[in-house]
Design a protein around this ligand. Structure first.
Ligand code: SAH
Length: 236
């Protein structure tokens, strides 16, 4: 299976703090409104759509999309994270269908099922990210929007996402990320193109350590989101 058990363990060990906005998951809470709006814009709204969130973790984005009246399924391979997600859903009264299943297995089970597929901050934790991109493409219905968020790989992302975020600012626990597994936008676009997804838009996500404010900007050199469209018809 396309999974690194050590990566899963990192998230499982701290899963009980997933919804604590002062925990190591704080950055995910803080970026959530920004990414939610961008995803909704790219998808032309979420209401009434079948949405799949791949690598959903404790459900921060999945719940937010369900609040926008999407029918959301969240999948992950961390049993603990899914347990936290389900409990939080009970508390908040927001319905999300959480399933312990790999993206590739889901693709076999439900090809073409989803109008929107999201996969955020997950590709840089799996052994074969291209395989996850392929699975997301299979899961997408014709014309669907597929959105990925990950980290680019260059000297600046090493300085900011590893040294800055993990060692200087302490935004993330040390060892959260392995810089060598970061994915450049061009690489992600290539995985997607081969899988039958057309690049629609890319945006950078920046963090200002002085104001502690995240923003969507053109600079894709560290964190970025990329939206793709699945072709409406099979192409020759
Ligand atoms: N997408 C969520 C969580 C990001 S944290 C968000 O942005 O809010 C990364 C998540 O990826 C964790 O929940 C972890 O369990 C999951 N993950 C890591 N490797 C995985 C794999 N191979 N398959 C599925 N999920 C995986």
């Amino acid at each position: 299976m396309n999974v690194d058990p050590a990566e899963l363990a990192k998230f499982s060990d701290i899963a009980h703090r997933w919804w604590d906005p002062a925990s190591e998951f704080r950055p995910l809470h803080e970026i959530n409104p920004l990414r939610l709006r961008w995803i909704a814009d790219m998808a032309g709204g979420l209401a009434g759509k079948d949405v799949l969130d791949v690598g959903c973790g404790g459900g921060i984005l999945a719940e937010a999309m369900a609040r926008e009246a999407a029918r959301v399924t969240g999948i992950d391979l961390s049993d603990k994270a899914l347990g936290v997600a389900r409990l939080h859903g009970l508390e908040s009264g927001i319905e999300v269908d959480y399933q312990l299943i790999a993206a590739e297995a889901m693709a076999d089970a439900a090809p073409g099922r989803y109008g929107v597929v999201t996969c955020m901050e997950m590709l840089e934790h799996v052994p074969d990210p291209a395989s996850v991109v392929r699975a997301c493409a299979v899961l997408a219905a014709p014309g669907a929007t597929v959105v990925f968020a990950t980290l680019s790989r260059n000297p600046k992302s090493y300085a900011l996402a590893i040294l800055g975020a993990e060692y200087v600012l302490g935004l993330l626990p040390r060892g959260t990320h392995d810089w060598s597994k970061f994915i450049r936008p061009s690489e992600l676009a290539r995985y997607a193109r081969v899988a039958g997804l057309d690049l629609h838009a890319v945006t950078g996500m920046t963090y200002n350590p002085l104001t502690r404010v995240y923003g969507l900007e053109d600079d894709t050199s560290v964190n970025y989101l990329a939206a793709f469209r699945k072709a409406s018809r099979a192409r020759a």
